[in-house]
Design a protein around this ligand. Sequence first.
Ligand code: PMP
Length: 457
Amino acid sequence: TPHAARTQAASHAASQAPNDLDAFWMPFTANRAFRARPRLIAGAEGMHYVTVDGRRILDGAAGLWCSNAGHGREPIVRAIQAQAAQLDFSPTFQYGHPAAFTLASRLAELAPGDLNHVFFANSGSEAADTALKIAIAYWQARGKATKTRLIGRERGYHGVGFGGISVGGISGNRKSFGTLLAGVDHLPHTYNRAEQAFTHGQPAWGAHLADELERLVALHDASTIAAVIVEPMAGSTGVLPPPQGYLERLRALCDRHDILLIFDEVITGFGRLGAPFAAERFGVTPDMLTFAKGVTSGTVPMGGVIARAGVFEAFMQGPPHMIELFHGYTYSAHPLACAAGLAALDLYRDEDLFARARKMEKAFGDAVQALKGLPGVLDIRNIGLAAGIDLAPAKDDAGKDAPGKRGLAAIESGFHDHDVLLRVGGDTIALSPPLIASEDDIAALVDRVAGVITATA
Ligand code: PMP
């Protein structure tokens, strides 16, 4: 009977709900606040998550910017299962397995220009630290061992390794962790609300901020600088598309001063901006790019670095002691991740999901920008299938701004009251639905976000 089925489903869900909510020390989450009203997810399918109590909630964030093909996709599930049965693990130090080479070739084909050599890691953080280490070692291989300095950018996010937080520019992620890497400097971020508010796509203002690299070169001298790392579109800080002409200028300055340019494409890779990589969308080719997340559509952890031929060749033809890169992870090119990656790339190709995101960009942008005018909306930015919505901060009891409080309220309100999963940084909602989103899904997403904004104002 329906009643028996409901009872059974409820007791199944209850059996899945954990009693102890403190043993798992949660990442970027205050356990104490979470446990007061937990948000527990038990399943996923297509555009939706399913909560432990059986509610379907719309995924407005592609999980964490990663489930680009949507959830529970059969071809990826099957590929992972088959790989686990055939080859569960294989070392890649001094050994190899076919899927690692095949996936690397596929990624090299997908990346623009001569970005042809793939080093595998397991996350975006590892990818960032790998790229920074390769940059420093590259100059050593070329006999320019003084070039070790790394330049990041304010508000940048490159994961949570010591390299990543050192070049990163989100102060909250840095300030509890001591002195960090030496020899790091930062470019200014590119956001200026007075000049850029409510722009679709790339803002017209801000290209000149790339020239700040000249100031850092004057300060430190190019002979000490190894690399500049930026997100082509800053994601975690709240979706900041690059000003028109900015990346081009950064590329030209890096060329002029013999500095490697690294794009962190952990968010922008695999279709988020309607192209395989942001490098292609913006027509600027870095010397290395990092990827993660979407490479397996979020199903199995994987990240990595794609380097231009010249970077790889500097090692192959460098001093004998540098032909081997003394870097790698037990799980570099893990067979399950490679299988998931190959299946995800097939799915992206067969369903033309990157082009689909490009086609959907205008409808998505128009729908999101229509939230302008709701209470406490300070700015909205959109590009590809990504959008940042800045909300005015809540006040504390003394009437002072309490940054982050409204953002957390938006997550709670979304999950419990509006059936939508949101990603929030501070008081900015970042929308990044799976690339399979239909126009109806986008309409539903924006409608639910409107409900959240109103409820938290
Ligand atoms: N770089 C960028 C640009 C990212 O957005 C992220 C994660 N959001 C990372 C690096 C870190 O990736 P991970 O969490 O997989 O280490």
